[in-house]
Design a protein. Structure first.
Length: 251
């Protein structure tokens, strides 16, 4: 049987009268690459923030790595890696100093930080630039470094919120190679993206609109069901259906 890494039931988050996430139920398995698609304002980032223990739900329940998102948020933070939309490292520190800093935050020993730093620098081909300022790195290398530091403490689950925004296509492919290598090791990857071609790399994807999940399946099954050749075409069809629904026409 597959081990469940993330599970929610009717998870809801409201901001006043606005419902950002509306009764979302999902179950994500260990080692799965699970994608969240949706236009701006669909609820993806709010969902991620609740699962990371950064935002308390208004309703419903959820568990991440076996911990309750309502009552065990600190334990969740210790067992996940998180990479936000915006570059989260310090530009005024060197690459090496950034890794040292985050290693300290995660409670790693100096020996562990040294070992993991060497591994990250080798994987990113940055050994010769270890003492260079992070600000001087190209966007693709910056994102790779951010992912590496998010996984310094070997978390079983990693949340990536639009991790490849502003990155060139070649760097995006390399970034996804790292994601697949991590998943092959049993790490669960939860990723939001605006790039429809990236959705094809996920084991399963969910498509959100107005806070609700309107589709959830493997890319292959979604394309087959909608008789389309790409997830982008599926997404466009679903958005048109949402726009033309009776509820939206009535508004």
């Amino acid at each position: 049987m597959n081990e469940t890494a993330v599970k929610t039931e009717n998870l809801t988050r409201k901001f006043g009268d606005f419902t950002a996430v509306d009764r979302v139920s999902i179950e994500v398995n260990r080692g799965e690459i699970f994608g969240f698609l949706g236009a701006n304002g669909a609820g993806k980032t709010t969902m991620i923030r609740m699962l990371c223990g950064l935002l308390v739900p208004t309703g419903g329940m959820g568990h991440v790595a076996g911990f309750d998102i309502r009552t065990e948020s600190e334990k969740i933070k210790q067992n996940i890696g998180y990479m936000s939309q915006k570059f989260s490292l310090y530009n005024d520190l060197t690459i090496s100093e950034n890794i040292d800093f985050y290693g300290g935050i995660y409670g790693l020993s100096p020996a562990e930080v040294k070992e993991k730093k060497i591994r990250i620098l080798k994987e990113l081909n940055l050994i010769r630039w270890a003492n260079s300022m992070t600000a001087d790195l190209p966007p693709g290398f910056k994102q790779g470094l951010a992912l590496g530091t998010a996984m310094l403490h070997d978390p079983p689950i990693v949340f990536l919120d639009e991790p490849t925004s502003g990155v060139d296509p070649a760097s995006r492919r390399e970034f996804w190679e790292v994601i697949h290598q991590s998943a092959a090791k049993g790490i669960t990857i939860f990723v939001t993206t605006h790039f429809m071609d990236e959705a094809e790399y996920c084991n399963r994807i969910s498509i959100m609109s107005a806070g609700s999940i309107i589709a959830l399946d493997t890319p292959r099954n979604l394309k087959k069901h909608h008789q389309r050749d790409s997830i982008q075409q599926v997404f466009i069809d679903l958005m048109k259906e949402e726009t033309q629904s009776p509820e939206n026409r009535a508004g």
